[in-house]
Design a protein around this ligand. Sequence first.
Ligand code: SF4
Length: 64
Amino acid sequence: MDPLAVPYPDSLCHRCAAPPRYIRTPTSVFILCPILPDKYPRQPVRACPAFKPREDDPDAGPST
Ligand code: SF4
């Protein structure tokens, strides 16, 4: 997904393997976390104890 097409493109959620769901309304896009009890964490998420990087994350370096 193009991060520019979603809110808070620098949010950690966009790079998360959770994966987040994008709830679209006519005027907004909400990021729904399927893991945290608080389904809609305050954005942008900068740090998250449940974060796991997506395997296709282009920013992820080799896991050495
Ligand atoms: S686990 Fe954390 S980083 Fe991943 S989608 Fe949920 S809130 Fe975002």
